[in-house]
Design a protein around this ligand. Structure first.
Ligand code: HEC
Length: 250
């Protein structure tokens, strides 16, 4: 048993660098939420939600989000009610003991596309789309990686043998991904009239997913700034006090 595990590790160690060698670095993008004072670009995050809602939500759940959370990217109560009401939520059981469908309400969690993992795999030739609630935190490169991945579909290099139902993607580890290219440009009609190019859609949905992964980032940065200002002021006060207290000691 031990030998088998060790052999497994040895194989992994051999296999990993081979895949990693031709892994191009993920291009760095500039994000509104970069840096110590960065904030989420609300318009981009709303456009990104639209992309998620129209395209990604066919396969990916976001179980940690509730419709009312969308207030965090600037949707107002009426907009949130309308978004929730456009979804069908399973509720129940009712007095007859049966589950039933009703329009969504703001306190509902985002409706998942599949009832369970097995249903997802059955619909997608065995592949499992991960929940996207925390994906930006869960992947090295974060928003840059998601942005690059969505634009990383190419035809495979000559001689590469592709497994059935797999697509070649420059930025996916090993380059064979079970997700068909989800974006091509013009996949949504943006409510704010922005032109839905592939680059724009990828950037917007990555912004939305970054917000979803850390909705309290702005508060955290704001608190950090307040603490720093407090420390600077306090240092000044204490220095002044020290000088006064020791003024007569020679
Ligand atoms: C037709 C179904 C489908 C759609 C639509 C889809 N995905 Fe996926 N996605 C998948 C599957 C399946 C996987 C798992 C791929 C694998 O492990 O090979 C995946 C994986 C991912 C991953 C994880 C990649 C990794 O590093 O493990 C991200 C990020 C992702 N999708 C983002 C998106 C976004 C953003 C959209 C919308 C623009 C989207 N997907 C639309 C099926 C889909």
């Amino acid at each position: 048993m031990r030998a088998a595990i060790l052999a497994g590790f040895a194989l992994l160690a051999l296999a990993a660098p081979a895949g990693a060698q031709d892994q191009p670095p993920v291009p760095r993008q500039s994000w509104s939420f970069d840096g110590p004072f960065g904030t989420y670009d609300r318009a981009a995050a709303q456009r990104g939600f639209q992309v998620y809602d129209v395209v990604c939500a066919h396969c990916h759940s976001m179980k940690l989000l509730h419709y009312r959370d969308l207030a965090g990217i600037g949707y107002n109560d009426d907009e949130i009610k309308a978004i929730a009401a456009s979804k069908q939520v399973t509720d129940g059981p009712n007095d007859q003991g049966e589950m039933f469908q009703r329009p969504g309400r703001p306190f509902d969690a985002f409706v998942a596309p599949f009832a369970n993992e097995q249903a997802a795999r059955a619909a997608l030739s065995g592949a499992l789309p991960p929940d996207l609630s925390l994906i930006v935190k869960a992947r090295e490169g974060g928003a840059d990686y998601v942005d690059a991945l969505l634009q990383g579909y190419k035809s495979p290099p000559p001689g590469m043998k592709m497994v059935e139902n797999m697509q070649y993607n420059e930025y996916f580890l090993g380059h064979q991904i079970a997700m068909p290219a989800p974006l091509a440009g013009s996949d949504v009609q943006y409510a704010d009239g922005t032109k839905p190019t592939l680059t724009q859609e990828a950037h917007d949905v990555a912004t939305f997913l970054a917000w979803a992964s850390e909705p309290t980032m702005e508060e955290r940065k704001y608190t950090g700034a307040k603490v720093l200002i407090f420390l600077v002021v306090m240092t000044g006060v204490l220095y002044g006090a020290k000088r006064q207290i020791w003024a007569d000691v020679h």
